[in-house]
Design a protein around this ligand. Structure first.
Ligand code: ADP
Length: 395
């Protein structure tokens, strides 16, 4: 077990800054997910911890020791990658124990460690099998067991589940959480899949273009995203964004006005470009407002496409009569579109006029220019009726 610290780590490749001044303090025993879109620098960040990549600037500590210039084998880390490279001519036992043999452990110790590791990943009885006799999930468990036998202070996992089918991936997520609970080892886990990060991590570190955007527990990233990028990246389907302008009594957008007192939001002034964010599950049918503690006033909309997902239904809404034809599947792309998520027992059909409200406690405001979050929840900000309301914009 070990604490891992990155201090101002930067990695430049000729004209690309893959990792840009990243500082992270990962606690002993913590499960930290590095998450972000492809190419944002997740793998490179992890490789600097593994010792596979030398940072251009910055310092890395594992436990009490600075390791910035140490070889990978001297860092007390074990890695599991997306592409599981098992030796095809070796059976499970030989694959798992290979690294230990290189380190000249005696037979008894090797046997003990392999047995313990295969117990943990539930591969008992499969030690004689060859890799081509294993399923994808079993092969990944061999790779994990191979990391466990090394008894590392830190596990580094780079998209270890990416090549597995959807069902197995969900199953392996649970297994990895159990593994973490049993071993209590520090884990740094790279994934582009925000759902994977949300379900497994103690904390999520969100990266974009090499820069750290937010480091917080999953629900904080979800409920209080620091900026537009995190708000849009965490959560599926994505948060709706509607651009508007601050007026004296709130935020005016092309189709509605959200009322609050702008003087009560720090760093907000009249005329400022501000983006409203609302998650699909925080948009409600006005007729069911009892279920929402502090709804805004209703705005008229028209249902476009309905997508039943099982326990919930995605309803694509058009806010403006002016919109003709169908909408694109990206509600963030237009101020006239909004995605609402309702339970499957809600009676709703396509091309139907409806009134919707927002849960005012879940309305997020962001500075459009910088992307920085200004407030999460507007009900305390003194709109009319002692709460924020939303009305149709005049004209
Ligand atoms: P992620 O893991 O988030 O997909 P990476 O860390 O692999 O992202 O890459 C971050 C950026 O650095 C990308 O733009 C990638 O093309 C670039 N990059 C990564 N490795 C190298 C390399 N060896 N040489 C040049 N550019 C690289």
């Amino acid at each position: 077990m070990a604490r891992v610290r990155l201090e101002h780590v930067t990695k430049r490749y000729e004209d690309i800054t893959a990792v840009d001044d990243v500082s992270l303090d990962i606690e002993d025993g913590e499960f930290l997910c590095l998450v972000g879109p492809s190419g944002c620098g997740k793998s490179t960040t992890m490789e600097t911890v593994a010792g596979l990549t030398k940072p251009s600037d910055g310092t890395i500590y594992i436990g009490e020791h600075e390791v910035t210039n140490l070889a990978p084998k001297d860092r007390g880390v074990a890695m599991v990658f997306q592409n599981i490279a098992l030796f095809p001519h070796m059976n499970v036992f030989e694959n798992i124990s290979f690294g230990l043999r290189l380190r000249t452990y005696d037979d008894e110790e090797i046997e003990r460690r392999v047995t313990q590791a295969t117990d943990i990943v539930q591969l008992e009885g499969m030690l004689e099998r060859m890799p081509d006799e294993l399923s994808g999930g079993q092969r990944q468990r061999v790779a994990i067991a191979r990391a466990i036998v090394r008894n590392p202070g830190v596990f580094l996992m780079d998209e270890p589940l990416a090549n597995l089918d959807a069902k197995l991936r969900v199953h392996m997520r649970t297994e990895l959480q159990r593994l973490h609970r049993e071993l209590q080892t520090t884990v740094i886990y790279v994934t582009h899949d925000q759902a994977e990060a949300m379900t497994m991590a103690d904390r999520i570190a969100v990266l974009d273009a090499g820069k750290l955007q937010q480091v917080d527990p999953p629900l904080i990233c979800y409920n209080k995203p620091d900026n537009l990028f995190v708000a849009g990246f965490i959560g599926s389907p994505s948060m709706n964004f509607v651009e508007g302008e601050v007026v004296e009594n709130g935020l005016k957008t092309p189709n509605f006005l959200v009322e609050f007192d702008p003087t009560r939001v720090p760093d907000v002034s009249v005329g400022q470009a501000v983006t409203l964010g609302i998650r699909p599950e925080d948009v409600h049918l006005a007729e069911f407002t009892e279920s929402v503690t502090q709804p805004t006033d209703s705005i008229p909309a028209r249902t476009d496409v309905i997508e039943p997902m099982g326990d919930e239904v995605f309803v694509y809404l058009l806010l403006s009569e002016a919109v003709e034809g169908g909408m694109e599947r990206d509600p963030a792309s237009s101020p006239d579109q909004l995605l609402m998520s309702v339970t499957s027992d809600t009676e709703i059909t396509d091309d139907q006029p409806i009134d919707v409200v927002f849960d005012g406690t879940k309305v997020h405001l962001f500075d459009t220019e910088t992307g920085t979050a200004l407030t999460h929840g507007i009900t305390e900000l003194g709109g009319t009726d002692d709460g924020a309301t939303m009305t149709e914009a005049d004209g």
